[in-house]
Design a binder for this molecule. Structure first.
Ligand SMILES: Nc1ncnc2c1ncn2[C@@H]1O[C@H](COP(=O)(O)OP(=O)(O)O)[C@@H](O)[C@H]1O
Ligand SMILES: [Mg+2]
Length: 314
């Protein structure tokens, strides 16, 4: 929460915690117990739902909260078979659903609680809020804003006139070196910007970026080196990724979702899920792969600007 709580300047996240309400971030599916529930039963519930605490309700009124810490204490002191009513925390700090998220951030900073029960105007429990819920909500909102900004940028570039899909064909070429993880994504990012500058639909640009990224990383991970070329025509982009070997033994098997020959080390770096080639196929309107062991692999992808293929790899 330090990022959001930081008082150094007014970031977008900072502004968002003022405009978003507690109810926008809280979880509404509640796991609750009553004072009569045993701590043993609570232990089971917490495990089953992978949560670390739950509100205690009596006749629909919030009367306490019981947490994993209470369970651990109960196990330590031998009262795990006793009822929640005896051991729950009765003084519960709650927050109203119509409060700005900023208020919840403050609460989390002031008190060391893991969760805040959320109540409506009548004081009835209507949700629960953790710091993780706030982070997730902010990420969603920031993502939405970033998408909106990208869309507007494309629109502006298209309006600026210079960038039209009817201009002369553009070609781009990038050499890709084996093992060069640092530069993975460069061809992909450049191609995406070139498409956006031409006013190409953001979804199409994104598919080209995903396909290129997967092709680039395959050259980096699996080959001894190669290149990625792109040609942007009036109605489509053509991406060619070629390398000098070692080639693919069994192409059909390589295309199967989940198939990967990536090493443990490469997997530890977050690559090698075996979804690269399937993702490229999903992004492409036309797709070809030719591979000769000893000579190399050549990948040919075409994406139409007016294509209706769904977003690939997302
Ligand atoms: N350019 C390439 N050269 C050699 N082998 C490749 C190449 N691209 C893909 N492969 C083979 O195809 C498999 C599947 O590729 P992919 O679907 O991208 O999954 P991943 O890269 O996660 O392993 C790879 O594990 C590798 O064995
Ligand atoms: Mg791959």
């Amino acid at each position: 929460m330090s990022v959001i709580g930081a008082a150094n300047g007014f970031s977008v996240a900072h502004e968002l915690v003022y405009t978003l309400k507690v109810r926008d971030a809280m979880q509404k599916d509640l796991v609750t117990v009553t004072p009569g529930t045993t701590l043993r039963e609570v232990q089971g519930l917490l495990r089953e739902h992978r949560i670390s605490g739950t509100p205690v309700l009596e006749n629909d009124l919030l009367v306490g909260i019981v947490s994993l810490e209470d369970i651990i204490n109960a196990l330590d002191h031998g009262h795990i078979e006793e009822s929640v009513g005896r051991w729950m925390t009765r003084e519960v700090v709650t927050i109203q659903e119509n409060m700005p998220l900023r208020r919840a951030v403050e609460f989390f900073q002031r008190y060391q609680y893991g969760r805040l029960p959320v109540v409506d105007a009548e004081g009835r429990l209507c949700g629960i809020l953790t710091q993780a819920d706030i982070v997730v909500r902010l990420m969603l909102e920031l993502n939405r804003m970033a998408e909106e900004a990208a869309r507007r940028e494309t629109e502006l570039l298209a309006q600026a006139g210079a960038a039209t899909t009817s201009g002369p064909a553009v070609t781009m070429e990038f050499s890709v070196n084996a093992g060069d993880f640092d530069n993975a994504g460069i061809a992909s990012a450049r191609i995406k910007s070139a498409l956006q500058e031409r006013g190409v639909d953001l979804k199409v640009a994104r598919r080209a970026a995903i396909a290129t990224y997967e092709a680039e990383t395959n050259i980096i991970i699996h080959s001894i080196g190669g290149s990625v070329k792109a040609q942007i025509d009036a109605d489509r982009i053509t991406i060619e990724a070629a390398d000098w070997g070692p080639g693919i033994e069994d192409v059909e098997r390589a295309l199967r979702p989940g198939f990967s020959t990536a090493s443990e080390l490469v997997r530890a770096m977050g690559f090698g899920a075996g979804m690269g080639l399937p993702n490229i196929q999903k992004c492409a309107d036309r797709f070809r792969i030719e591979s000769t062991p000893g000579t190399g692999t050549r990948l040919h992808v075409e994406i139409d600007f007016d294509s209706t293929t769904s977003d690939g790899g997302e």
